[in-house]
Design a protein around this ligand. Structure first.
Ligand code: SDX
Length: 376
């Protein structure tokens, strides 16, 4: 094997097909089962998009009503999951809580067995996917509340997914503007073909391991700041800079230290992330709603300065970080929010990969010592 054959990071390598989403850097577009994500974000509740990712079609009114009934029936934080979360130190990273909670849910589903194929039909894995989708908001909301010394809030059956998520987190009747912006963010975060965490889930599934193990692995991959952890890192950068007038000097120093500026750049999109305009519009509604022109000024100043200097464009994490901050989520809660959205895409890919039944096992080029033998 020679160097030209080696594609570090699998950059640009097509490893399989998928029918779930199409990321097209040439047209800077993203389709979920053929629908432009911008249209879905502007017209659909997140529940309908989750249904689309799993089933391949948008639900009709009766199908959505039935799906909502199932989702609402599985929202409450199970006692054993809460007990497991309560054992985790308050200063642990919330992604460790989420990873642990998913693991406890999986371990408790003893019918899951050890394989996606032996014991789990696509229908059984779909049921498990919906239950994880329904359970994650309470896990994420409780994580933030316990770190603030606040009590768990029970879900409300009269609220849809996004409004209930906000209710369980903040304990206040959520404003329609905020619900809409949050709903859009969840749809935009839901799915993105073979990103690192989704591919991790597919690799785990390809060995015929179980759906929960695949999601736990995906949570681990998403935690990294080069991937899902970037939305949290964007707020740390905003906190460092403080205000728009500091951007130039801050960027001078950061680039001199060869720092990666979180929220910018993308492995696939090289002329801008197709999701950013929709999430930026949602951020703009929140800036107006909370009367925070300072956030818009800092956002615009950093974007224009960095793009001018490096020609590297914002990704979805750049607008979503300040949006979640304005809504009131703790910075450490941002990547768990990404999990709550992406669990739909992850599990859709688990079901697709399980059907492919093809072990993922690439090659490596050995560069260690030539063969040698123990002396004496
Ligand atoms: C997500 O894959 C997906 O679909 C992911 C995602 C999804 O929905 O699942 O879209 C979600 O993970 C978005 C990305 C979030 N990560 C960040 O915002 C972290 C900051 N971004 C960079 O680390 C970087 O842009 C990556 C990792 C996202 C992509 O990097 P690539 O494609 O591997 O490109 P690269 O790292 O080789 O960069 C090429 C050049 C390098 O300069 P040189 O070493 O060649 O001189 O551009 C530079 C990089 O240093 N560069 C950056 C930069 N991004 C690239 N320099 C400073 N800041 C950055 N953000």
């Amino acid at each position: 094997m020679t160097d030209p054959d080696i594609r570090k990071g699998l950059a640009g390598v097509v490893v399989d097909t998928t029918a779930i989403s199409k990321v097209n850097p040439e047209t800077n577009s993203l389709l979920y089962r053929g629908y432009p994500v911008q249209e879905l974000a502007a017209t659909q509740p997140f529940e309908a998009v989750a249904y689309l990712l799993w089933n391949g079609e948008l639900p009709d009114a009766a199908q959505l009503a039935s799906f909502r009934e199932t989702e609402r029936a599985h929202r409450a934080l199970a006692d054993n999951v809460k007990a497991a979360i309560d054992l985790i130190p308050l200063d642990a990273h919330p992604m460790d809580e989420v990873r642990t909670a998913v693991s406890v849910i999986g371990a408790s589903d003893t019918a899951a067995g050890s394989s996606v194929l032996d014991t789990a039909s696509p229908e059984e894995n779909l049921t498990r996917s919906i239950r994880l989708f329904a359970a994650l908001p309470a896990i994420v909301a409780y994580g933030q509340r316990r770190r603030r010394g606040q009590e768990l809030i029970a879900p409300r059956d009269d609220l849809d997914y996004s409004a209930n998520f906000l209710w369980m987190t903040f304990g206040e009747e959520p404003d329609a503007v905020v619900v809409d912006a949050f709903n859009r963010s969840m749809i935009l975060y839901a799915e993105h073909s073979f990103n690192a965490s989704t591919f991790t889930a597919r690799v785990i599934t390809s060995t015929l391991s179980d759906l929960y193990s695949a999601v736990v692995g995906a949570v681990g991959a998403l935690k990294g700041p080069l991937h899902g952890g970037a939305n949290e890192a964007v707020l740390h950068i905003f906190d460092e800079i403080g205000e728009a007038s500091n951007v130039v000097s801050w960027l001078d120093a950061a680039l001199a230290e060869k720092r990666k500026i979180m929220g910018f750049g993308h492995r696939v999109y090289k002329s801008g992330d197709s999701r950013v305009p929709t999430m930026k519009a949602a951020l703009d509604t929140l800036v107006d709603h909370y009367d925070r022109p300072d956030v818009a000024a800092l956002y615009d100043a950093l974007e224009s300065e960095f793009v001018a200097r490096k020609g590297i464009y914002p990704n979805l994490d750049y607008p979503s970080g300040p949006a979640y901050n304005l809504i009131g989520f703790d910075t450490l809660t941002f990547t768990p929010l990404f999990v709550a959205a992406r669990v739909t895409g992850w599990t859709a890919h688990v079901i697709e990969q399980a059907g492919a039944n093809a072990l993922i096992r690439p090659l490596s080029a050995y560069v260690g010592p030539e063969e040698r033998h123990v002396q004496g």
